[in-house]
Design a protein around this ligand. Structure first.
Ligand SMILES: [Zn+2]
Length: 279
């Protein structure tokens, strides 16, 4: 059978050519960056695209970004921000997670935010943890949406960062899942390991069955596609064959979920499992 390769992260690496400016959903070339954007941190990654984080406020050692226009003019109070920082620090302490800088990006829950925007990553130098936290404003105060268990979101996201900081996963930034469905599948499998470890450690977590169903459902929606220029200036999304897709069955996901639940894994291990499937 024709060899099928999950793209390695070296292959995926996009270098420093383009960056994502938060909230605008625009990818712009680094050279076109305005001089006005001086207070920023560049977050370089190994997989996908990095981002430029704009520092709006600093609170208790955390750099925080929010744009009042995204929240109908609302600005978080200092005590609200301190409350979030305290919660994050508590989880970091429990998991012994350390990084010199923390970049916290507050975005509106729901809305235009796309799933493939990174939710949490560590930069490739392991100096910065970036967390994109979707929030609601409740009675003028910052609130964690009721759809998400307050503590769970911090535990889940910081487990991603921990795996990157400890070298089990590469530092990952912006990835379009429909351009790289193999990487999206790896992330789904990674979630089996993460939620299982949260359960094992007595932390807030999703149930095994729920994670299995959610990840399987999400994986089935993936398509591989590419933008192609059909005629001059006219770009179209073209669906491409994706060899791995036919091997992804509910049974396989259940098997991998059971195998990974509560265990540490690595990007390379998941990648080689997927490669073996198509052999
Ligand atoms: Zn996740």
């Amino acid at each position: 059978m024709a060899g099928f390769q999950v793209p390695s992260y070296q292959w995926m690496h996009n270098g420093r050519g383009s960056i994502i400016i938060r909230n605008s959903l625009r990818v712009i070339e680094a050279e076109t960056l305005s001089e006005e954007l001086r207070r920023h941190i560049e977050i370089g990654v190994e997989v996908g695209k990095g981002l430029l984080f704009e520092i709006v406020q600093e609170v208790d050692g955390f750099s925080i970004c929010y744009h009042p226009e995204d929240f109908d003019g609302w600005k978080p109070s200092r005590s609200d921000l301190k409350w979030v920082v305290r919660r994050i620090r508590k989880v970091m302490k429990e998991f012994n997670i350390q990084a010199p800088h923390f970049a916290l990006d507050l975005v509106p829950f729901g809305g235009l935010h796309v799933l493939n925007d990174p939710a949490c990553c560590a930069d490739k130098r392991k100096e910065i943890i970036y967390l994109r936290l979707p929030i609601d404003v409740i009675d003028g105060h910052l609130g964690v949406p009721s759809e998400i268990h307050e503590d769970w979101i911090f535990y889940h996201e910081l487990m991603h960062a921990k795996d990157c900081l400890e070298g089990r996963f590469p530092s990952g930034g912006f990835i379009n899942p429909n351009e790289n469905p193999e990487l999206a599948v790896i992330t789904s499998l990674w979630h089996f390991s993460i939620e299982g470890r949260l359960e094992k450690n007595g932390k807030p977590h999703k149930s095994r069955q729920k994670v299995m169903e959610d990840e399987y459902f999400w994986t089935r929606t993936l398509e591989k596609s590419k933008m192609v220029e059909a005629e001059e200036g006219c770009w179209q999304r073209r669906i491409e064959p994706w060899p791995l897709k036919k091997f992804i069955t509910k049974r396989l996901f259940q098997k991998l979920c059971n195998r990974l639940w509560g265990k540490e894994t690595t990007f390379q291990e998941l990648q080689s499992w997927l490669n073996d499937l198509a052999k």
